[in-house]
Design a protein around this ligand. Sequence first.
Ligand SMILES: [Zn+2]
Length: 306
Amino acid sequence: MINPPFDPQPLPLPEMAKTPIRNAMSVDVEDYFQVQALVSAYDRSNWEGEELRVARNTERLLDLFAQYDVKATFFTLGWIAERAPGTIQRIAAEGHELAAHGYEHTRVFEQDAAAFRADVKRTKAILEDLGGVPVKGYRAATFSMREDVLWAYEVLAEEGYKYSSSVYPIAHDLYGLDEAPRFAFRPYPGCGIVEYPMTTLRKLGRTWPGGGGGYFRIFPYAFSKYAIRQLNRNEAQPYMFYCHPWEIDADQPRPVGVPFKSRLRHYTNLSRMEAKIERLLRDFKWGRVDECFVGASTPAFGEAAQ
Ligand SMILES: [Zn+2]
């Protein structure tokens, strides 16, 4: 496929009137042995031999969301869905959004267009069969959308997806597309997919991580609370929060030989994470990705447009 040039088309800002703003709660459903930072310790060929812990950790998050009556979006690996079908059914049955995270956490730029198409098609079919709901959203493994793989958006549109949430617009050693707009955009004119990036903050003339994911777990809660408040009040934008089931699992196996930086990223504050997420649920209003953002209520989103 021809790769289109990156020519981002920002979507209009949401109206200030919608307060309090509903922020997006998202979970990337994968297990501890599938994380990019631990790739040196867990070879893909040995995944079958690892203890699957994702089902019970995801169920703990589902219990927590139920307690606060929060609906979230679960970007789920096809590989996990095949091995934890009951959990996937529960996600859909409790009114959460079921979305795709690819089949087995392969980064977009490691695939050609044909392999990428097969992956997103297969994952969508597995999730839709189990959940009995349409799958519209996609999140690339390790935010791996890059300028040289923008054809992937076209493939997603052709395979029936409506949006992507695959970009972290900061300079980072693992992530791509750091020049992207901070809020909802189409990656080029006429593209059938809207991209909802991870939240960043503008301070001191620079773009900073907005306090989701590992940043949320590692830094004090007050930092994320401040970031969400600033964003909602000053920029009238919903916050995109994301976390992983393994982040609330302090007892997960710890393999030897993991580099220091990866250990720091993966294991810091696991035991405090669940209580921190609970504070977020108490302090702010949350919803599914397909219901929070401008553009999410356009006719293209069909039944989610309410
Ligand atoms: Zn992931």
